[in-house]
Design a binder for this molecule. Structure first.
Ligand code: SF4
Length: 262
């Protein structure tokens, strides 16, 4: 399991906490609008897909370009990850200033080492938030039962019927439903979130998506933002206007306890 990016201190990625965000390389989805192609197309990810996709789908469509900014440290060539020792040293030194660690990706549940990794973080007395696409409910269940998580944020990509079009791979929709139920029935804090763009989300199909998470504590509608580099450069995606986002929010609001538009 490789850490390919790190935000040392964030006030926005873990609600009510100052957190360090770790970007784990590898993902089992290929969402065309993904703005982290460096994480998704790393060697580990391609190994995982080769071992888990049996039908020879051509799933690698994006170009692997490096991306960096002042805040996020991405390894420029993805050959060397940020060492776990360095990360744990940092977390030990900064314990007075930080409350939590966000494990983001990519999709970290594809890595068998994830539970041990989380245990090491928790041993340092950090709260742990997991960002996930919900494809591995068995992993999620073990993490919940073993009390290894404090917060879960799960992406809901679209209606179940849209999943394969959006994620550009075969998707086990039962696993998605199972993860939603596990999260909603856990005693943990959680949120569901959807990146919405005009190409996939409309006022017509949003109710179908919302029914999957009816009664959820928190749901975030995130407007698609084009950072310039996306995973599938052969497709184009566009953001809704503010008024359209509000209209989507009016539809989603009654299904959940708390709705956030961002
Ligand atoms: S699940 Fe997330 S990290 Fe993986 S391809 Fe989709 S948007 Fe990118």
């Amino acid at each position: 399991m490789k850490i390919l990016g790190m935000v040392k201190a964030s006030l926005i990625d873990y609600p009510q906490k100052t957190s360090t965000v770790l970007f784990i390389g590898g993902c089992n989805f290929r969402c065309g609008y993904c703005h982290n192609p460096e994480l998704v197309l790393c060697a580990e990810s391609q190994d995982y897909m080769a071992n888990n996709m049996s039908d020879g789908q051509d799933i690698i469509r994006g170009k692997n370009k490096s991306n960096s900014d002042d805040e996020i440290k991405f390894n420029p060539n993805m050959q060397n990850s940020i060492s776990q020792d360095d990360v744990f040293d940092f977390l030990k030194r900064r314990k007075r200033f930080l409350d939590g660690v966000v494990i983001s990706g990519g999709e970290s549940t594809i890595h068998p080492e994830l539970p041990d990794f989380i245990s090491q973080i928790r041993a340092l007395d950090y709260a742990v938030k997991l960002d996930t696409n919900g494809t591995n409910p068995e992993v999620l269940e073990k993490l919940i039962v073993n009390k290894q998580l404090d917060y879960i944020a799960m992406d809901i990509k679209g209606t179940l019927a849209q999943y394969e079009e959006i994620c550009e791979v075969k998707v086990d929709k039962e696993a998605i439903k199972k993860s939603i139920n596990l999260i909603m029935n856990s005693k943990l804090d959680y949120e569901f979130r959807t990146t919405v763009c005009r190409e996939f989300m409309t006022t017509q199909n949003l109710p179908e998506l919302c029914k999957m998470i009816e009664g959820a504590k928190k749901y975030c509608l995130q407007s698609f933002k084009n950072p310039g580099i996306i995973l599938n450069p052969n497709k184009s995606y566009s953001a809704h206007s503010e008024a359209e986002m509000r209209a989507l929010g009016d539809i989603a609001g009654p299904y959940v306890n708390r709705l956030i538009i961002r």
